[in-house]
Design a protein around this ligand. Structure first.
Ligand code: URA
Ligand code: SF4
Length: 203
């Protein structure tokens, strides 16, 4: 059940305002715009990618380039609209040339992601690709863990591949689609269980 997530006065707007002017790591020197997470604050599901790409860096919004089009398409296909989820990244500023963010950058940025997670308090955190898997869960091979849920502490994670991985590999497209289909089925179950609990409670 969605319990009130406001244990303190932190908010997505507060995090956004800090990220926008953040200078905690060297990526601030080369970014155009920092890219805070965005979406529905009251959502029960959150998606976490790696880092902004070129288009994201220009617009200051996550997943608006080619990987974003793929993500949006797959989400829509299985009943999630972009407007009803929250989308963010491990690192909020673009590494030049889209290199993988290094450990220093990931740890400098970590607190923003943790705060986004505690404000949103999602039922499911969907991890997109190896970098997020490594950073958040200490995982190694996303291919051998994808398509599964992992409960760690008080949070439930779902693992899948990064949408960008499907651009040049059409076989991976169906891997991503099958994972998101499964995620969507499980998500609907969780939501209906919760709403019947709520109904029981209120009646
Ligand atoms: N890839 C990511 O991991 N995040 C984005 O926001 C865009 C592309
Ligand atoms: Fe700050 Fe994160 Fe951007 Fe580094 S990547 S400057 S820690 S917002």
């Amino acid at each position: 059940m969605k319990v009130s997530s406001h244990h303190n006065t932190d908010s997505i707007e507060q995090i956004r305002s800090e990220v926008t002017v953040c200078t905690l790591c060297k990526l601030c020197q080369t970014r155009t715009k920092a890219v805070p997470g965005e979406g529905l604050t009251s959502t029960r599901i959150m998606f976490v990618g790696e880092a902004p790409g070129r288009r994201e860096d220009l617009e200051g919004r996550p997943f608006v380039g080619s990987a974003g089009k793929i993500l949006e398409g797959v989400l829509q296909k299985f009943g999630f609209s972009r407007a009803e989820v929250f989308i963010t990244n491990v690192v909020k500023c673009r590494p030049q040339g889209n290199r993988i963010p290094d450990d220093e950058e990931r740890s400098a940025c970590r607190d923003y992601l943790d705060r986004e997670i505690s404000v949103i308090c999602p039922e499911i955190i969907c991890i997109l690709g190896r970098t997020a898997f490594e950073s958040i869960l200490g995982g190694k091979s996303i291919m051998s863990s994808r398509g599964k849920f992992i409960v760690r502490g008080e949070r439930k994670y779902f693992l899948t591949i990064h949408p960008a991985a499907t651009i040049y590999n059409s076989k991976l497209r169906s891997v991503l689609e099958n994972d998101i289909r499964f995620l969507s089925q499980e998500y609907k179950k969780i939501c209906s269980q919760n709403s019947s609990l709520l109904t029981d409670y209120m009646s």
